[in-house]
Design a binder for this molecule. Structure first.
Ligand SMILES: NC(=O)c1ccc[n+]([C@@H]2O[C@H](COP(=O)([O-])OP(=O)(O)OC[C@H]3O[C@@H](n4cnc5c(N)ncnc54)[C@H](OP(=O)(O)O)[C@@H]3O)[C@@H](O)[C@H]2O)c1
Length: 317
């Protein structure tokens, strides 16, 4: 058997990467009607590898906006600081979805106690912030907000902060998390309409808006599921063309089970956690032959390996 070539290292020197990164940002933000400009010649293999990693996102965003997302109002532009937030009524394409998890060799994204600072290394953290900067919105589950109190900003790279989305269907959070309180970027606290009143009651003044989604929960009680399609329709109507699902494992797995992820970036760090919080979880096929093996590109991110899985072409996206 021929050995597979070693994955390229995605660690271009800062001065070589900066012009390409600026080009990616301007292409992503540029007018969607304009032809996609040709990328500048990458200065080395590492820059080429990163360009290949991010170009599908930039293309997907331009494509979505060409097909209608741009014609819908951005949800926060039209709402005052305390106005109730509702999506526009027009049909809009669902966002293109990239999800990312930083996991251990044994498939965990945090210890059993919920500590995830940090599973992956410095370069992978830069990658995480680049994803935030390239996407319109970043979404995390309520469990991540409760455990990590994240800011979900782009502190580590140049680029705009995305719209921040906290998925909390039954409004279990108490409104005290930084992402809900601090106005670093527009933020939506997403709840099922039946639980939105509680979120509104403890919404911090000047902080997150509550986005009430009718039919987000698919049932009552602890066994209730989440209608991911409904959520994506709502976000499309809100003007989100490119969505980054940042975790945790339960949330990414819900999107995966709904077939809603176009690209999954699994970053595997050389660390063992043991009985920690799982990354991808949920029932799978009984037979190994039926387990999905999506098309994949590998990249070295320092000590970590990033698996860029194309789920849109595998039948599992
Ligand atoms: N390494 C990484 O890439 C990465 C990324 C993000 C997060 N994390 C880690 O992942 C863990 C969180 O992920 P997760 O899969 O457990 O959850 P999650 O996907 O962030 O959120 C959904 C889960 O959180 C539960 N939840 C809702 N409100 C909660 C609250 N107030 N307190 C605690 N849990 C609540 C939900 O339960 P219900 O459905 O019953 O409401 C649901 O099971 C944290 O330890 C975080 O540090 C790691």
């Amino acid at each position: 058997m021929r050995p597979s070539p070693a994955p390229p290292a995605a660690d271009p020197a800062e001065e070589r990467w900066t012009p390409l990164w600026q080009w990616l940002l301007s292409t992503r933000l540029g007018p969607s009607e304009a032809l996609e400009p040709a990328p500048p010649q990458p200065p080395d293999a590492a820059a080429q590898a990163l360009l290949q990693l991010y170009m599908p996102l930039v293309r997907a965003r331009r494509e979505r906006r060409r097909h209608g997302v741009a014609h819908n109002r951005p949800v926060l532009a039209a709402s005052g600081p305390s106005a109730p937030v509702t999506a526009a009524a027009s049909a809009a394409p669902r966002p293109w979805v990239v999800a990312q998890l930083g996991q251990s060799l044994d498939g965990c994204v945090a210890t059993a106690a919920g500590d995830s600072f940090f599973v992956t290394g410095e370069q992978s953290l830069l990658h995480l912030h680049r994803l935030r900067a390239l996407c319109d919105a970043v979404l995390v589950g309520a469990g991540t907000v409760a455990a990590d109190d994240p800011q979900l900003t782009t502190r580590r790279v140049p680029g705009p902060n995305p719209l921040r989305l906290v998925l909390d269907p039954t409004a279990r959070l108490d409104g005290q998390a930084r992402v809900l309180r601090e106005p670093a970027a527009p933020t939506l606290w997403i709840c099922d309409a039946s639980h939105a009143a509680r979120a509104r009651a403890c919404r911090p003044h000047g902080g997150a808006e509550v986005l009430a989604v009718d039919g987000l929960l698919t049932g009552d009680g602890p066994a209730a599921g989440i209608d991911i399609g409904r959520l994506l329709d709502t976000l499309g109507e809100c003007g989100v063309a490119l969505l980054f699902v940042e975790g945790g494992g339960v949330t990414v797995s819900r999107f995966l089970a709904a077939g809603a992820i176009d690209r999954l970036h699994l970053v595997v760090a050389p660390v063992l956690i043991g009985d920690g919080r799982r990354g991808i979880q949920g029932p799978g096929p009984a037979r190994m032959a039926e387990c999905p093996r999506p098309p994949v590109q590998r990249l070295l991110m320092g000590e970590d390996v990033l698996f860029d899985l194309d789920l849109s072409r595998s039948g599992s996206g």
